[in-house]
Design a protein around this ligand. Structure first.
Ligand SMILES: C[S@@+](CC[C@H](N)C(=O)[O-])C[C@H]1O[C@@H](n2cnc3c(N)ncnc32)[C@H](O)[C@@H]1O
Length: 188
């Protein structure tokens, strides 16, 4: 069982999610906890030992949980424009509430003067929004930090999306790679 499969079991066993929601997620193979989607992410995490993380876009908290449970020593600053009360319950049930700093605000709310080993950009999926996040995190990385983009395959009719930004980064930066179909990483 890989990390994501174990995490699924723990989430389901925690009793925090209603049985209806669990059934719905299992039926839909909900991407955030569906282990197949995350095999590449798992393989990527195994190769590193991140201590400090930032994520832009927390939503239901699964990427935060994945990071915090994978690295039991690490802390994560997690920003989302919307607050969802179930986060705290889930984080507490998983024993990671002390290591996830929940920030409710837009992606401009990155704590000042902080440098991260790992940054996940998974907030505003428009081209402009993702690009602004990419520019915004530049003062929060050091050489050797990793910046992960989620949903790099996402396209919309009539508007540029994170997929367009990802293509630009791939074309201009030497240190991009894909860690799974939906996730790309840039090593700074
Ligand atoms: C795809 S979800 C994140 C999923 C989460 N990373 C996971 O894997 O479990 C995108 C989230 O980004 C948030 N978001 C969108 N624009 C944002 C912004 N400008 N600043 C902060 N959060 C934003 C939305 O509220 C939404 O919850």
């Amino acid at each position: 069982m890989n990390h994501f499969e174990q995490l699924n079991e723990k989430i389901y066993d925690s009793g925090v999610l209603s049985p209806e929601l669990v059934a719905f997620m299992q039926a839909k193979k909900h991407k955030k906890i569906h282990p197949n989607r995350f095999q590449g992410f798992h393989d990527f995490l195994v190769k590193h030992d991140f201590k400090t993380g930032l994520e832009i876009g927390r939503s239901s908290g699964y990427s935060a949980l994945a990071f915090a449970t994978f690295y039991p020593e690490a802390t994560l600053d997690s920003i989302d424009i919307r607050g969802r009360p179930q986060h705290l319950e889930l984080f507490t049930a998983m024993g990671v509430e002390d290591r996830i700093n929940i920030i409710i605000g837009d992606s401009m709310s990155i704590p000042v003067n902080k440098i991260y080993d790992y940054i996940l950009i998974d907030g505003d999926h428009s081209y402009e929004g993702a690009k602004q996040d990419w520019q915004q995190i530049q003062s929060h990385v050091r050489q050797g930090s990793y910046v992960i983009f989620d949903d790099i395959q996402l396209t919309w009719e009539g508007a540029k999306s994170v997929a367009h930004l990802w293509k630009e980064l791939e074309a201009t930066l030497p240190s991009t790679s894909k860690i799974c179909a939906d996730m790309g990483v840039v090593q700074i």
